[in-house]
Design a protein around this ligand. Structure first.
Ligand code: C2O
Length: 614
């Protein structure tokens, strides 16, 4: 049991610790043996786990990328597995996390810091890692059951047995510390032992939302304090490790200077607050240059009205340790509202002069050694929608295919490796160069209709399956991720077929196996003339980037890294609901899987549909 926000729940801990940090020096072999000691008696749950190394390009180590059923079968309780690969990445801030189901919700993640093997130019006195995370009291598997049931507008609760959204997080944590605003379980109740005092006892009179209050003494929980010494400069490694919320982070009275994003150096950018979406990392410099005292550290989840906010304290050493900051705690809805102007992800540009060279970086540079390579050999347009499948299931889809499947008895990468003809037999190559096949019914070639890039009204029935794009040959590839505007029928874009849900949401897209250049972004629909406005000089170089509602982004990478790479939304629940596509890259150069991979469950009973009650 843990009590991160004063609410006791079961979490996944590692060596008796929550979210432990892994540190490695560039060039070292990282070897991590994972012993799965999770209990097997949780209801209806196979607690298989995997570990993904978020932000690492995994060159030459493609089988260790850690996506369950894509690269490996999960490590089951009572067994262990060793990840082993050489770390050749730009030194910086990365993280590791589980990649089976939505297990990040249970706390299975932590920072991964890559140290330089020489000296580093960046000047600062001390460093701290700061994880900001939304926090749910419900348990990961219960959530996936709810998301997997057929959609019925009249039955959106756990009890009535329909599709149920996870709703808002119960709190926001800094380094696993916070205080809940809502002492509930969201829509998910289950039989696990939960100890929680009524919300009324925790919320100050007259307040209905998260506010700082005296920490209860009996729960082992506390508000997060970041203690600094006046006059020093701190490098904060900020990681959004949550599962749902885009956060805006502010230190009262202090500016932040962004010096790196997703592991790579940037031109310094001074911001008063830091916008950070799921999966993103920013290294920022914080100067303790104000009058010594206590200051608020706040996090506001954006785009999710009614969400609890996070409160911590920036404490100068010597300041009264039991006092709160002098200014009243800001109400959640007065905390940094989201504005396009403040948006650091858009204003940032890379400074790769400051990045130490590695194989991935070298491959991604143009002839001047600093800017993106050009021109694109292929442009792929991925249209993002939220369809309601004829099965009744609500999914997220790219080009009308929700990449959602019940796991097979063999990881997909092995399947492709073992039977290359499988792809050929099942491939459907459209005019838009998408390759697609469906492993839901092995042996049946399905022919998912491609959502034609340029047609305003897709005609096809959306399908669930697995969508692949084959790339390679060192080609320069542009990918446009187009967030489709909602129509009168809500998220489902087929004429006359509505589910009255809006798809007007932002999505933090993350790419495995690559950092990519962000050439451009815009609102409305992308078209080819947008390329005239691309930044080909100093765009940012990222692995996680937001597509805003009714907007698009254009990203570029060079397809020279053999592997099967997931491009997906980092909202855990959207990922679960199919918002991803797999890039099969340099298929012929993918190495043989190492011999000691975990066996897949013999019975392959990982079948959500069978578990869904009602
Ligand atoms: Cu950080 Cu596929 O994830």
């Amino acid at each position: 049991m843990t009590s991160m926000d004063c609410f006791e729940k079961q979490s996944i801990v590692v060596n008796s610790e929550l979210t432990p940090t892994i540190e490695v020096t560039r060039g070292q072999v990282l070897e991590v043996t994972v012993f799965n000691e999770l209990p097997t008696d949780w209801p209806q749950v196979t607690e298989g786990i995997t570990v993904h190394w978020h932000g690492l390009d995994m060159r030459g180590a493609e089988f260790y990328d850690g996506v369950a059923y894509l690269h490996q079968c999960p490590i089951t309780p009572g067994t262990n597995f060793t990840y082993r690969f050489t770390v050749d990445e730009t030194p910086g801030t990365y993280w590791w996390h589980g990649h089976a189901g939505v297990e990040r919700v249970d706390g299975f993640y932590g920072p991964l810091i890559i140290r330089p093997n020489g000296t580093e130019a960046l000047a600062y006195d001390e460093e701290r890692t700061l994880l900001v995370s939304d926090n749910f009291h419900g348990e990961a598997n219960a959530m996936t059951f709810g998301l997997n049931r057929p959609f019925d507008a009249t039955k959106q609760t756990n009890a009535s047995g329909g599709w149920v959204w996870v709703d808002l997080p119960q709190s926001v944590l800094f380094n696993n510390r916070g205080m809940f605003a809502d002492c509930g379980m969201g829509p998910y109740g289950n039989a696990k032992p939960i100890a929680c005092k009524p919300a009324a006892q925790w919320v100050p009179p007259g307040r209905s939302e998260a506010q700082p209050w005296a920490a209860p003494t009996n729960k082992g929980c506390a508000r997060y304090n970041l203690t600094v010494e006046a006059g020093k400069t701190y490098r904060l490694r900020v990681i959004n490790t949550g599962s749902l919320a885009y956060q805006t982070l502010c230190f009262e009275g202090h500016n932040l200077t962004i010096v790196a994003a997703d592991g790579y150096p940037t031109k310094p950018l001074v911001v008063s607050c830091l916008d950070i979406n799921l999966g993103q990392r920013y290294d920022v410099l914080l100067k303790a240059n104000q009058a010594p005292g206590n200051y608020w550290l706040t996090a506001r989840p954006q785009f999710r009205p009614g969400s609890a906010a996070g409160y911590g304290v920036l404490r100068y050493s010597g300041a009264n340790a039991s006092a709160l900051p002098a200014s009243p705690a800001p109400q959640p809805d007065t905390l940094a509202p989201w504005t396009l102007a403040q948006l650091n992800q858009v204003r940032l540009s890379a400074d790769l002069l400051g990045a130490s060279a590695n194989r991935s970086l070298a491959a991604h540079l143009g002839p001047n050694g600093l800017s993106p390579p050009g021109a694109a050999a292929r442009v792929l347009l991925l249209n993002n929608t939220q369809p309601l499948l004829s099965s009744g299931q609500l999914r997220w889809a790219l080009n009308n295919v929700a990449t959602y499947k019940t796991p097979s008895c063999q990881p997909t990468l092995n399947q492709i490796k073992a039977q290359p003809q499988y792809l050929d037999q099942h491939a459907r190559v459209s005019a838009e160069k998408y390759v697609n096949y469906d492993m839901l019914q092995t042996g049946n070639s399905s022919e998912p209709m491609v959502y034609m890039a340029d047609s305003a009204t897709p005609q096809a029935e959306p399908v669930a399956g697995q969508q692949f794009v084959t790339v390679g040959g060192g080609d320069v590839i542009d990918v446009i991720i187009q967030n489709m505007p909602a129509n009168a029928n809500g998220g489902d874009y087929r004429p006359g077929v509505g589910n009255n849900r809006t798809a007007m949401e932002q999505h933090p897209f993350h790419f495995h196996g690559h950092h990519f250049w962000v050439l451009g972004h815009g609102t409305g629909r992308w078209n080819a003339s947008a390329a005239a406005g691309y930044n080909l000089l100093d765009p940012s170089f990222r692995d996680s980037y937001t597509v805003f509602k009714d907007g698009w982004i254009a990203i570029r990478f060079r397809a020279d890294n053999p592997g099967l790479w997931n491009l997906h939304c980092h909202i855990d629940y959207h990922l679960f609901m199919g918002q991803k596509v797999y890039f099969l890259e340099e298929a012929g150069l993918i190495s043989q899987p190492p011999p000691d991979f975990p066996a897949c469950p013999a019975t392959c009973t990982y079948n959500f549909a069978a578990w869904a009650p009602g």
